[in-house]
Structure formats: structure tokens, C-alpha cells
Design a protein around this ligand. Sequence first.
Ligand code: NDP
Length: 444
Amino acid sequence: MSYVDEVIEAVERENANEPEFIQAVREVLDSIRPVVEANEAAYRRDALLERIVNPEREIKFRVPWIDDNGNVHVNNGYRVQFSSAIGPYKGGLRLHPSVNIGIIKFLGFEQVFKNSLTGLPIGGGKGGSDFDPKGKSDREIMAFCQSFMSELCKYIGAYTDVPAGDIGAGPREIGYMFGQYKKLRGLFEGVLTGKGLSYGGSLTRREATGYGLLYLTDEMLRRNGIDIKGKTVLVSGSGNVAIYAVEKAIELGAKVLTVSDSNGWVYDPEGIDLNALKEIKEVKRQRLTEYKKYRPDSEYHEGKGVWSVKADIALPCATQNELELDDAKILVANGVIAVAEGANMPTTLEATKYLQENGVLFAPGKAANAGGVATSALEMSQNSERLSWSFEKVDTKLKDIMVNLFDNIDDVAKKYGFPGNYVVGANIAGFEKVVDAMNAQGIV
Ligand code: NDP
């Protein structure tokens, strides 16, 4: 049996209750086969892949907090410090009832290669809790965030591990966590990114993942002789990534037809009204059922369905495994040209394969949504030099990073004989840098 297959089998055996982690490992290891086969004896001797698939550290803790009626609740808190080969651990904190150790491990594993691809000195990690921020009062959110940080603060720091937001953890949650870190550690330092602008945050961080997704998509289309202007776009989700993907897509001259949340989805044949979307989601924190009040000609549908609309480009920006094989078949039947992942692992392995086999340009999340973490690294740089850069400066750097990243994955895909396969390109390019750093640092 090949070394890759041996390690995949071991991961499946040792993490049997963690399907998302197994899926992420399988995707990466399958596509780095050419590199591993060329170095099989040395990698096997050094247990290189075993060290790649096992996190350096997994931390689990109890998070007790008191609700507005005086009742005590206990949630699980996690931080997985996956790899510090190329820099301090870096990756977001997800607050969602579906969070468990397998979800955090899959996200941390992906983060290692994504962070490597940015070209910036950041390792990979991820954390979060099964706490559900939905429907909680501000005071309850603060109580949870303070309790979560009371424990997490023992393991993080500006030079060791720098968390950020993710699903359910936006500026409000990051603010409460930063306040508690500062109180307990007595340090005002760049320990979290996605901070507010008045206390060390970076301009463009809020927009970065969505903008970066469009910069990369635009570049991928351009290299394939296609102009994004005038194209129709499907977006899923209506959170941070989705909103700023919609904004940049409109700016680039495309028309966005859909957005969704966990209850349903909106189809607006005239193009999504960005101001209405921001008002509903960012200001009023309401459900998408409200959208029709702003745009009477739009349609609201309960459940899943974004991928059934005919369009040129699909941008899944909600959550893992939201685009399945049946969705991919409909997209292809409707003539989709490109799929780029704003979310982490939103496309199942079967759906990815089907899209690629049918000639759809496919940009995997670890490349396409890397603009968020890249800009977080720029926030770290600004915090270290005690300066704040202008919106234009950060945005220009973000665009450069995404274009260089595309160049890199495109070149690597060609070099290994898989031209146009950006999954292979991203996984090998991300992997090679991490391996180089690991080899230089010895068995640690
Ligand atoms: P938000 O919490 O801001 O928004 C998430 C959106 O996805 C919401 O519209 C939410 O709907 C929807 N959603 C979440 N879970 C589900 C689910 N199980 N089923 C259906 N819809 C769901 O998160 P972000 O926009 O920050 O993150 C979205 C994705 O992008 C995630 O995969 C995240 O890991 C990834 N990502 C985020 C980055 C960032 O900078 N924020 C960086 C890189 C990747 P509802 O409101 O109803 O829950």
C-alpha cells in the first residue's frame, strides 16, 4: 500500500467519529500524491505525513456562563493548534451549535495550507464553541465571551497563537474577548484579529474574505479568457463573507441573483440590493424573510435551493458541505462556468470531482477565501509597528496577495502535470512550503 493510503487509513481509523476531518485530510493527501511518491522513502522514514495530520496540540475546556434569568449553562470550548511550522498559530473561532472537535480539526488542518499559500508567516489553528449566539442578549454574549476567554487566554498571545472571528464570531464577540484578554493578561497586544478600528483593527479586514474571493475569481476567469463583467452570480450565505462577496461582485460589474441563510434563500432577478442586505443582516440582525419588504419583486423560498438558479458563477459562502453532487449536476446542466469557495470546504468531494470533470473552473476555499486570514496577518503587522494603514494600502496588498496566490497555484498545477486543476495546485503549493519549514526545524 502506498504511504499516502496508509496514512489516510490510519486517519480514518483513529478519527472515525470525525467525518469532516477525514474528508479534509483525504482531499489534501489525495492531491499531493505526486510529491509524496517522488519522496516516499524519506517522508516515510521521517513520518512526515503523520506529523502533518496530527495537530501539535488540542485544547478542550468548559465554558460556564449565566443567562439573563440567572440560569447557568455549560458549553464546550476548543482550540486546536495544528501547525506552527511557518509562524504563530492563526485561525478563527467558530461559535455555532454544530461545533465539535472534528469540525475544529478539519478547519485547523485546512488553515495550515491556506496560511502557507498567503506567503505570510502564519501557522495554522482553529477554535470555537458549540455556543449558539442566535437569540442571545448582548449581556449573555458578553458573559459567554468573557468565560471563553478566561480559559483561552492561557494558551494564546501575539507571538504564539492569534485567533480571529468565523461563523457566529463577528466584531461584537471579538471585542468582548479582547477586553477580557487585556483584563486578565494585562497586555494590550495584537492577540486577536478582526478587532474594531478604534482599538487596533485593520481597515479592509471586514471586507477582506469576500473581496479576496472576487479578486481571485476575477483573476481565474481572466486567465481563462473570460470577463466577469455582465456575468450572473449565485451567492449562498448572508454573513460576513457573503455580504462583501456580493459588494465586490457588483463593483466588478456582475449581477448577484441570490443569497441565503440557514432558514431559506432569496432570488432577486434584478440583482441583490446590497444596502437592503446590509441593513437586514448587519444593522438589524434579522432573517432574510425581511428582504421582500425592500424588494417586492424578489422571491423568498424556505430551505435549500440557491444552486437551482441558472447562472454563470457560483460562490458558496455559508458553511461546509452545502454544495453536494446533485447541486453540482444542476449547476453544470445550467451552464455554470466557475465555482469559487468563499466558505471552508462548502463543496463535497463528489461534487468537486463532478464540476472539474465537466470543465468548470473550480477554486478551492484554501485559496479562494485566503484573503481573510491574509488581511488578519496584515493587521498583526500593523499592531507590531503600532501603525494603522489606509484602506487603499491594505486593499492593494490584499489584491496583490490574491493575484500572486493564483499565479502560484496555477504554476504548481502546471508543473505537476495538472493544468487548470487549482485543487491540486493549492494543496501542493501549500504543502511544499510547510514541509520545507518542518524539515529545516528537525523532528519537533
Ligand atoms: P457568518 O456567521 O458571518 O455567516 C455565516 C452565514 O452562513 C450566515 O448567513 C448563516 O446563516 C449561514 N450558515 C451558517 N451555518 C449554516 C448552516 N449550517 N446551514 C446553512 N447556512 C448556514 O460567517 P462568515 O461569513 O464569517 O463565514 C462563512 C464561511 O466562510 C465559513 O465556512 C467560514 O469558515 C468561512 N470563512 C470565513 C472567513 C472570515 O473572514 N469571516 C475567512 C475564511 C473563511 P444564519 O445566519 O441563518 O446562521
